[in-house]
Design a protein around this ligand. Structure first.
Ligand code: GSH
Length: 221
């Protein structure tokens, strides 16, 4: 049986949601983050990188959420419900799959780390100083780049209900990143992204994944 190694408040929610969309049989193994938000050491016994998600199936141990989504789609979606067959839509599908992890998530993660500079566990005596550095780096470096990305996605979603034609795994991949964006102040208004997220969160499979995940499907603590 498929085994999903699922870390709380993490990208592995994507895989939980995809498994629910597929109606697959699977075993969920839950992990909690350490105090410093890192994954627990046990995950390294499953895969040397020790990052979530990790999927085990048929003797294979697979990391990287885009690769896992593609694996699940090719193995359990013979009618191609979650990946477009049309070549133009397929190019869009691949673009958003890669954009999510290759372009958007690095900016998001860096921003979330910068936000931590003004919080515990940074010692109180230096917190106002490190917090100011974090805010400055955000303003100078991350805010303009994230703004460009938000504007681009907003424009795309003005003309498209989903990321590659009908609902599919590109939407699963992008949703996690777009939920993360909602946690960042100082970015342009995102009405189309919000509309897209509401549509995703109303899906039965999404709701049932939230029920099964100990974090309730939240992206941050
Ligand atoms: N590009 C990878 C990223 C994997 C990743 O960094 N996962 C995070 C969870 S969102 C993690 O395990 N973080 C814990 C750590 O870095 O210790 C993917 O899409 O699966």
């Amino acid at each position: 049986m498929i085994k999903l190694h699922h870390l709380e408040y993490s990208r592995s929610f994507r895989i939980l949601w995809a498994l629910e969309e597929l109606g697959a049989d699977y075993q969920l193994v839950n992990y909690q983050r350490r105090k410093n938000l890192a994954a627990p050491a046990e995950l390294k016994t499953v895969h040397p990188l020790g990052k979530a998600p990790i999927l085990e199936d048929d003797g294979e141990v697979i990391a990287e959420s885009a690769v896992i989504l593609d694996y699940l789609q090719s193995r359990f979606d013979p009618d191609q419900r979650f990946k477009p067959a049309d070549s133009k839509l397929l190019t869009r599908y691949n673009f958003w799959m890669h954009f999510a992890e290759g372009s958007l998530m690095p900016h998001l993660v860096f921003t979330l780390v910068m936000q931590q500079l003004g919080k515990k566990p940074v010692p109180p005596v230096i917190r106002s100083f490190t917090g100011a550095i974090g805010r400055q780096v955000f303003r100078q470096f991350m805010q303009p780049r994230l703004t460009e990305q938000v504007v681009y996605i907003e424009q795309y979603l003005a003309d498209n209900t989903c990321f590659a034609g009908e609902f599919g795994f590109a939407d699963v991949q992008m949703t996690f990143a777009l939920l993360g964006l909602q946690e960042i102040p100082g970015l342009p208004d995102m009405p189309n992204i919000r509309r897209f997220l509401q549509q995703m969160m109303a899906r039965d499979a999404y709701v049932s994944a939230c029920r099964k995940s100990p974090d309730g499907g939240r992206v941050t603590r």
